[in-house]
Design a protein around this ligand. Structure first.
Ligand code: CO
Length: 134
């Protein structure tokens, strides 16, 4: 079921500072910021060849990363995103195994224009997992 690591996501308090650090200090290729109001975040992707790093900044009231940043004010690793061939089949298999799917359990369209789901971190050793249809 589990495919490639699509990205590692870091929540950051200030996207412009994080972009400058990755682009200017680390010399990486960084995409333009993309606002995702449905997910409550603004994102950029850092291309590191074998995977991507997603930098997330809160967007709007009640952003799902606001509580994380309150606990980790300088930022931190927020989730891992794995690709799956069939997101609905993966969801059904995971739910049957007792894993908790966040939200209403239906995929939303993610930053790459593909359906995504999130799995409860308590079911996966303290790490929030995003699944993206490949
Ligand atoms: Co992500």
């Amino acid at each position: 079921m589990l495919g490639r690591l699509n990205h590692v996501a870091l929540a950051v308090p200030e996207l412009t500072a994080a972009v400058a650090a990755y682009r200017d200090t680390l010399g990486a290729e960084v995409t333009e910021p993309q606002a995702l109001p449905e997910h409550g975040v603004t994102v950029v992707f850092v291309n590191v060849g074998n995977t991507k790093i997603e930098l997330l900044e809160p967007l709007g009231e009640g952003s799902p990363i606001a509580a994380f940043l309150a606990k980790n004010p300088s930022g931190g690793m927020h989730h891992l995103c794995y690709e799956v061939d069939d997101i609905l089949a993966a969801r059904d298999k995971l739910k049957a195994a007792g894993a908790r799917v966040l939200g209403d359990g239906n995929p939303k369209i993610g930053a790459h224009g593909k359906p995504v789901l999130f799995l409860h971190p308590k079911d996966f050793f303290g790490t929030l997992i995003e699944l993206e249809q490949s």
